[in-house]
Ligand binder design. Structure first.
Ligand SMILES: [Zn+2]
Length: 162
């Protein structure tokens, strides 16, 4: 039986309104509706319902055992690997770092260069290296030899006069 079915049955049996059920669970009525209409809930909410309504609601969440202190906790998501005590979180973080270093040192994990990581399929616009036919200095020299300024020679060339 789903939590949705069980909660609906329970509320019918005890003539509980959504608001009253929410009050007893200690949550917002909209969360109760989410379960009753769509069977949507978090483990934390399932635990609250269990604490409010008893053993028949025990099967809708799982406790995890903290590998460091052995206490039971309700994971918020699959990334949470320890209970929430600072000490255990720190121990776990240290272990993750150690494991990462071990992988890097043993060559199991190798940082690849940008060129290796760059997706091959992606097309990059390759621009040719454009070099001006004459450098600034050369052009300046040429202008001076004709008794002109840089700008004057440039202007004349643009007009096709030189
Ligand atoms: Zn712990």
């Amino acid at each position: 039986m789903t939590l949705q079915e069980r909660l609906n049955q329970y509320m019918e049996k005890y003539c509980l309104s959504g608001a009253e059920a929410a009050r007893r669970i200690g949550t917002h009525p909209s969360q109760v509706s989410q379960i009753r209409l769509r069977n949507v809930y978090t483990p934390a909410l399932a635990e609250k319902i269990y604490k409010a309504f008893g053993d028949e609601f025990r099967e809708y969440f799982e406790y995890e055992k903290c590998p460091y202190c052995g206490s039971e906790y309700l994971p918020r998501d699959e990334r949470q690997k320890t209970c929430l005590s600072d000490e255990c979180v720190k121990k776990h973080r240290a272990e993750v770092v150690k494991e990462y270093e071990r992988k890097v040192n043993s060559g199991e994990h190798v940082m690849r260069t940008y060129n290796e990581r760059r997706p091959k399929k992606k097309k990059y616009l390759v621009l040719e290296d454009v070099k001006p036919p004459v450098t600034f200095t050369e052009f300046n020299e040429r202008a001076r030899s004709q008794g002109l300024s840089y700008g004057q020679l440039q202007g004349l060339e643009r007009l096709g006069l030189r």
